[in-house]
Design a protein around this ligand. Structure first.
Ligand code: CMC
Length: 428
């Protein structure tokens, strides 16, 4: 027998169906509550609200569990390639070797972007933030592929849009970087794999060939996998809600890039390095900054600490911390901000303020340190996150359409002025 919950409002009792997921998490289905009771639920920031049914990513924040399509993140980060994980997220199962070879080959064949796109790039000021450039370029792809705007496109056309986006994203990301450096753009090369190709477009110069370092390529592959999906976070929810109006994939992903940009979400990785630099330049007194973060009168927060869903530890942070040590050692990098980061982490992990609130280092606390060691400048950190998150966004968008989810349209409790009459300008 299916379970129900009872809601008592005055003299009335309403039965609310209980829904249960495959990992036994429970929810109250209030979708019909307003029509029966004339009440809505209110939950600012959706802290306790499920917006969809999803079979992509399972996350248990209390126990630090993260799985893509059932596979533990630890196994995927250790053994898979980013494109294998992208296929898994988007299509639901790990690819066979033939499927993966085709997927990789299709992506390799679509890495070029139209030459006209270079014209847009040139028009941006040189200090333009690469996230703004990336979001605009992703959306611009829809103008080159108008068939992507047809909500009734064939499965083949749909798959081609996905391939194009995954293939062109590294080219656009690297070009946004090259533009910011006033360096000549480097074209993709088919001889490279996905990560190598991106690194080559970032670091090659027409006068100086770059050979992607295997340590760097491996670290990048891992970072991209760790960022590939994270269920209904701010940017994934944005992609789903924009896509729910049947806006095309490029437009929906561009909105996701914008949502990721903010320092409370993907922009935290840039903010972490800026914070560590500021602490270093201020004399390295970590206690002073911990106290600032605890002071309710001070808007400062310890960037890279805390998470909406992880209240014990972020499993991605555990993996990335290890990887961070390996990369720094292998590349022989001695970064003074790492010492600040370690001190900050130690103090915060023992401080009752952080312990009581379940505030632990998140994935972005370490990713910025690795990106810095790889020679990637801070303004590019969130672009790197976008590159990793792309398959997750695509998978969320596809699932939303496949499930026939209705257009996203929340309700509100209105708190504004009650009815009043217009007063003409001369009488005000
Ligand atoms: N430093 C100091 N205090 C904090 C912090 C922090 N980083 N994060 C949360 N708190 C406090 C907050 O002031 C509040 O205290 P109180 O209960 O006394 O009012 C309590 O902890 C709960 O915070 P909240 O803002 O209600 O929690 P939230 O779930 O809405 O916010 C968060 C989650 C990630 C936005 C927040 O922890 C934060 O701002 N962290 C810093 C930014 C950051 O690192 N973001 C990256 C997240 S990981 C990448 C991703 O997946 O997006």
């Amino acid at each position: 027998m299916s379970k129900t919950a009872k809601l008592i409002l005055g003299n009335e009792t309403y039965e609310i169906p209980v829904v249960t997921g495959s990992e036994n998490e429970n929810g109250l289905d209030i979708s019909k509550l307003r029509s029966s009771s004339k009440h809505i639920t209110i939950d600012r920031g959706f802290k306790n609200t499920g917006a969809c049914y999803s079979a992509i990513t399972f996350l248990d924040g209390e126990n630090g569990v993260l799985r893509y399509r059932g596979y533990p993140i630890e196994q995927l980060a250790e053994e898979a390639t980013f494109l294998e994980v992208a296929y898994l997220l988007i299509y639901g199962d790990l690819p066979s070797s033939d499927e993966l070879a085709k997927f990789e080959n299709d992506i390799t064949q679509h890495t070029l972007v139209h030459e006209e796109m270079k014209g847009f790039l040139q028009a941006y000021p040189v200090n333009a933030h690469p996230m703004g450039v990336l979001a605009a370029m992703v959306c611009s792809l829809s103008t080159f592929y108008p068939e992507s705007q047809d909500p009734n496109r064939s499965q083949e056309a749909f798959d081609l849009t996905i391939i194009r986006l995954i293939a062109k994203m590294p080219t656009m990301a690297a070009w946004a970087f090259k533009h910011s450096q006033r360096h000549p753009l480097i074209y993709p090369q088919n001889k490279f794999n996905y990560c190598e190709n991106f690194l080559n477009m970032m670091y090659s110069m027409p006068t100086d060939e770059y050979f992607p370092d295997p340590i760097v390529t491996k670290a990048l592959n891992k970072l991209l996998i760790l960022h590939a999906d994270h269920e209904q976070n701010c940017s994934a929810s944005t992609v789903r809600i924009v896509g729910s109006s049947q806006a095309n994939l490029y437009a929906s992903i561009s909105a996701g890039v914008c949502a990721l940009w903010g320092p409370l979400h993907g922009g935290a990785n840039q903010a972490v390095i800026e914070m560590l630099e500021a602490i270093k330049n201020d004399g390295g007194d970590t206690d002073k900054w911990i106290n600032k973060a605890k002071d309710k009168e001070d808007p400062f927060r310890l960037m890279g600490f805390g998470h909406r869903v992880y209240k014990n530890f972020d499993p991605r942070a555990t993996i990335i911390k290890k990887s961070c040590d390996e990369v720094l050692e292998a590349l022989g990098v001695d970064d003074p901000v790492l010492d600040i980061a370690k001190k900050l982490e130690k103090v915060a992990l023992e401080d009752p303020y952080f312990v009581e609130r379940g505030l632990y280092p998140n994935v972005d606390f370490y990713s910025g340190i690795i990106y810095r060691a790889l020679g990637i400048p801070p303004e590019m950190f969130t672009v790197m996150f976008s590159l990793g998150r792309l398959p997750g966004w695509i998978a969320q968008w596809k699932e939303m359409l496949d499930n026939g989810d209705p257009i996203g349209r929340p309700r509100q409790i209105y708190t504004g002025a009650v009815k009043r009459d217009y007063v003409s300008l001369s009488k005000r």
